[in-house]
Design a protein around this ligand. Structure first.
Ligand code: GLN
Length: 487
């Protein structure tokens, strides 16, 4: 078989496995060899366990030989953002705080993928505790964009996006609180899906901002995303915000839903700060849908301007509470210098957390403090409702909303030293999290400098089947995703 198995889509590999043209061991070896060849440059992995992956692949092959294959994920190597628990493996959140932590249990998504027969592959780098847009905030290493190693892969799930683009996994998982799946997917030229809040269990995901966090897949194609979503979605009694809803056959639905759709273009998303080449690529995508008979309508999301401000109040408030558990006592980094218990808390946290995490904890504690709570946190919650209402109003007229994913292609490492400049990377993605909606980024072109550009489609709550079909229609007419970076 081809020596480039690692660049093939999941569904194609599943067919090759099913017809016994390849084995999972062969596929897993190809991914491992590729990782060893390129990861010194891409720097996407925090850790991997080669022997464990090969043992899982071997089990998958035995199952298949016995006629007991479990479906399209059986035997497929999947990488995990290093905030998703895998029993017996390191779980670091790319923080010194958890540098030596080994997870005692599986996240629900891990359990589900294991039951589906997937090969649990390595753990992928991120901005510390998922706070950032470039993966430069990792305490361990900055991951590089495979299309230009001097540039960032986006973040916070930069390792998940970069490893997939570089052929170091067949699919990966990330988490998205304000854009952390869609933005790196756009910058690395792969598909990234953030599901509706509540569709995928958060049990076993290291919490950043619990009312915004959602796990989702990175894949080479929209069909692959449909398969992965089918593998991880569903109600979970271990996550109290998990929603009871029937999970459709997302992959099967792709073929049934053909449009034409009514697509909304929010005028607030095409203003200042949008790179002209990104704007042009998105305009071309709009023209494509129009030619296919879709109705294109301008819509308004009037509270868009408040999105970043509201997000940085709510997300920091929730993170200050979630990260209080890292006290140096129960688990995580413990300072060796402490004089007494209070000093131990202070020093362990001072030594264990990086600058961006500390900034967020301090901001979050401030907006929750008495006297400021009403002025900041409570007001932000009210504006959040208005932002959600904007989207729901728009959905009276359209089936989905189309926007750029990121205002610019990948920027240079070290280019954005001002936190505010970094926060603005998420202007187009944050509203989706605040409103709890599903959003997908699909490759829609390249800049003149050869950097990938992403198109964002935003769907209605729990209408992932429709959203995926709309994205699939675009992908069928283009071959952006078939290009690979030269490494
Ligand atoms: N970049 C945003 C932040 O820094 C979003 C991160 C995320 O989605 N986890 O908070």
């Amino acid at each position: 078989m081809s020596d480039e198995l690692y660049f093939k889509p999941l569904t194609e590999l599943a067919a090759l496995l099913d017809t016994k043209k390849i084995s999972s061991v062969e596929l897993t070896r190809s991914v491992i060899a590729r990782t060893k060849a390129v990861d010194a440059r891409v720097r996407a992995f925090n850790s991997y366990d080669e022997a464990d992956a090969l043992a899982q692949a071997d089990e998958s092959d035995r199952r298949r030989a016995a006629g007991k294959a479990r479906g399209p994920l059986d035997g497929i190597p999947v990488g995990f953002k290093d905030v998703i628990a895998v029993a017996g493996q390191p779980l670091t959140a790319s923080s010194k705080m958890l540098a030596n932590f080994v997870s005692p249990y599986d996240a629900t998504v891990t359990q589900k993928l294991k039951h589906a027969g997937a090969v649990v592959w390595g753990r992928l780098n991120l901005d510390e505790f998922a706070m950032g847009s470039s993966t430069e905030n990792s305490a361990f290493r900055a991951t590089c964009n495979p299309w230009d190693l001097a540039r960032v892969p986006g973040g916070s799930s930069g390792g998940s996006a970069a490893s997939l683009a570089a052929g170091e996994a067949i699919a990966t998982l990330g988490s998205d609180t304000g854009g952390s799946i869609r933005q790196p997917a756009a910058l690395c030229g792969v598909v990234g899906l953030k599901p509706t809040y509540g569709l995928v269990s958060r049990y076993g995901l290291i919490a950043f901002a619990s009312s915004l966090d959602q796990i989702g897949p990175f894949t080479r194609t929209v069909e692959d995303a449909a398969v992965m979503l089918g593998g991880i979605a569903g109600h979970d009694p271990l996550d109290s915000t998990s929603y009871e809803t029937k999970i459709p056959d997302y992959r099967g639905e792709l073929k049934k839903r053909k449009g034409p759709w009514r697509l909304g273009i929010p005028k607030e998303y095409f203003g200042e700060g949008l790179d002209p080449e990104v704007g042009a690529a998105v305009e071309n995508a709009i023209a494509f849908y129009r030619e296919r008979g879709c109705e294109i309508k301008e819509v308004s999301l009037p509270h868009t301007d408040y999105g970043v401000g509201v997000y940085y109040i709510i997300a920091t408030a929730e993170c200050s509470s979630n990260l209080a558990r890292y006290d140096g006592i129960r688990y995580g980094h413990r300072s060796k210098e402490a004089r007494d218990i209070i000093d131990l808390y202070f020093k362990s946290r001072a030594e264990g957390f990086g600058a961006e995490v500390k900034r967020r904890i301090i901001l979050g504690t401030y907006v929750l403090s008495s006297g400021y709570y009403d002025a900041f946190y409570l007001r932000a919650q009210k504006v959040r409702t208005l932002i959600r209402q904007d989207f729901l109003n728009a959905y009276r007229e359209v089936d989905a909303i189309l926007t750029p994913t990121s205002p610019t292609p990948a920027f240079k490492q070290g280019e954005k030293s001002d936190p505010l400049a970094m926060y603005l990377c998420d202007v187009y993605t944050i509203g989706v999290n605040l409103a709890g909606l599903p959003g997908i980024s699909v490759p829609c072109g390249f800049s003149s400098g050869g950097l990938p550009i992403g198109l964002q489609l935003i769907g209605q709550p729990f209408q992932e089947a429709e959203l995926l079909a709309i994205a699939h229609a675009y992908e069928q007419g283009h071959d952006w995703g078939e290009r690979h970076p030269k490494l």
